[in-house]
Design a protein around this ligand. Structure first.
Ligand code: ZN
Length: 363
């Protein structure tokens, strides 16, 4: 299949080159290209076409699946952080430890992706590497802090965003991502800088998610209460970022609306503001299934606590060690987001309906 495509592309390019050659003398007399609208005209437009056709080619080289042990139905860690602070606590990671987490992930072959790319099955990690998602709850100031130095505003190098940005500069191949689940009225606790921070986050590949309007316990809310809490969060975020797609919810306290009210965690409306959570994150304690796994339930995604305190064998370092011992359990990319490559034995664990326009390849 792939070989056929490559051949086809090659033939096409050859034709284009010949065509280009044939056109050259003609355009030579004309000096400037015809000042026409860029839509289809009779005349072949020699310049941009061959370039356009070249573009998809680099995606073609096929990895040696068994050599890299490709398994795009393996598990993916969705890591959960809260505060970054000077004293390590159950819900606080020190800047040093957070840097060490990133270093360990990087060294052990993990690459950052966004939650959206995970949930939309659009994983663009290099062949042989494992995607990882990092999330932060509560919108604390130590996640994104702006300090002033000599009258100039700058990113606090010890806040979460500062640490990630510094790490990305050092390791540009680490990828981009990071979801911040905020509540209101003052995400990141520097009110005059909310807009500036949101713009920075979006520009740099981060995401902003729903953590209810005022961190409500959704288990105690009525149907209307749940919708109010979730819709007002979206409305507030969109006041800073018009039209922004708030597609994910991290449940405050890890508590979901009860029974039939659970549907309002997924979608609802309050005073004209609608929301639709395509990913709902719990506190959890285990890695999440791959996007095409039969066990994937996007409304109940487990997260791993990125901590080393009171973890009982379910923290980030427990899973890093476990995946080293059992690499067959881990998601390993084939490097091509359009193909889902799995070992033969994973065949029955694939939800065939979720494959859509991708190509499923077993080996
Ligand atoms: Zn919270």
């Amino acid at each position: 299949m792939i070989k056929f495509k490559a051949k086809y592309a090659l033939t096409f390019m050859l034709i284009m080159i010949l065509l280009l050659g044939a056109c050259t003398p003609q355009t030579g007399t004309n000096v400037a290209p015809p000042a026409k609208t860029p839509d289809q005209t009779q005349q072949p437009a020699p310049q941009p076409k061959p370039e356009d056709e070249k573009e998809p080619e680099p995606a073609a080289p096929q990895a040696d699946y068994s050599a890299i042990k490709a398994n795009e139905n393996g598990q993916i860690m969705l890591l959960m952080y809260h505060g970054i602070g000077s004293k390590e606590e159950e819900w606080v990671r020190t800047p040093e430890n957070f840097r060490r987490d990133l270093e360990n992930l990087y060294e052990k072959g993990y690459r950052l992706i966004t939650l959206k790319d995970y949930i939309e099955n659009n994983i663009k990690v290099e062949a042989g590497f494992t995607p990882v998602v990092i999330t932060f709850d509560d919108g604390l100031q130590n996640q994104f802090n702006i300090i002033e130095e000599n009258g100039e505003k700058k990113l606090d190098p010890d806040c979460a965003v500062g640490i990630i940005e510094e790490f990305k500069k050092k390791h540009p191949d680490f990828g981009q991502g990071g979801s911040f689940f905020v509540y209101y009225s003052n995400p990141f606790r520097q009110k005059e800088l909310i807009k500036e921070k949101y713009d920075f986050l979006i520009k740099n590949g981060y995401e902003i998610g729903n953590h209810a309007y005022t961190h409500e316990n959704l288990g105690e809310q009525s149907a209307e209460g749940v919708q109010k809490a979730l819709a007002l969060n979206v409305k507030s975020t969109q006041e800073y970022l018009p039209g922004y797609d708030v597609f994910a919810l991290a449940l405050p306290y890890g508590i979901a609306p009860k029974d039939e009210k659970f549907q309002y965690a997924v979608s609802g409306e309050y005073e004209g503001t609608k929301y639709n959570n395509r990913a709902i994150l719990r506190v959890g304690s285990n890695p999440a299934p791959a996007p095409n796994h039969i066990k994937l339930d996007a409304a109940r995604l487990p997260r791993i606590r990125a901590s080393e305190l009171k973890m009982g064998g379910t923290g980030i370092y427990d899973y890093l060690a476990s995946f080293e011992k059992h690499p067959e359990k881990r998601y390993i990319s084939d490097g091509n987001p359009n193909t889902i490559v799995i070992p033969e034995k994973e065949k029955d664990n694939i939800n065939k309906d979720s494959i859509k326009d991708k190509e499923l390849i077993t080996y």
